[in-house]
Design a protein around this ligand. Structure first.
Ligand SMILES: [Zn+2]
Length: 166
């Protein structure tokens, strides 16, 4: 059931499945800071193909091109960027003699704590763990009963202000 504000039209409940897909905001932000806008677009395009079967999609280049207005070479470059950042893994499969790609979304699209070296350079490290002194971003800690807690070491976390954008 959906609850909608009669005045503003704001949706207060969102149905899972159907037209719902989880936008990978951490990956989207990292790609923006890298100025990799085509890769950003292709990532969102791939997300739009996520169905109920899981986090693997396999649209053809032509389908991707139609969905986001980027040519074959641009798509290829964008896919390289997504792979280098560890956001997707690509596996080839054959449809008859034709090679096609399967795209597997990786956890780090949604969880900045799992990003690889390249991607994590572009995180905004706004907090620090008082125990291990690590600087972390919003995805590196959670809220416990006693306040913010560093995932992994369990130490208390404080805000250190927003550093300059990369
Ligand atoms: Zn820590």
């Amino acid at each position: 059931m959906q609850k909608i504000d009669k005045k503003t039209g704001e949706i207060h409940t969102i149905r899972i499945k159907g037209l719902w897909a989880p936008l990978p905001i951490p990956a989207f932000q990292v790609l923006a800071r890298q100025k990799e806008w085509q890769a950003q677009k292709v990532l969102v395009c791939l997300v739009s193909f996520i169905g109920n079967e899981g986090y693997c999609v396999f649209p053809s280049y032509i389908t991707i091109a139609r969905a986001c207005g980027i040519g074959q070479n641009g798509i290829r470059k964008a896919l390289d960027v997504l792979e280098e950042n560890g956001f997707i893994k690509i596996h080839k499969f054959y449809e008859g003699k034709k090679a096609r790609n399967k795209y597997y979304f990786q956890d780090c699209c949604w969880d900045s704590g799992k990003m690889n070296k390249k991607a994590s350079q572009f995180l905004k490290r706004t907090h620090m763990c008082l125990d291990c002194k690590k600087h972390i971003d919003g995805g590196g800690y959670g809220k416990g009963p006693a306040g913010k807690v560093h995932w992994g070491c369990g130490g208390p976390v404080i805000k250190i202000g927003i550093p300059k954008a990369v």
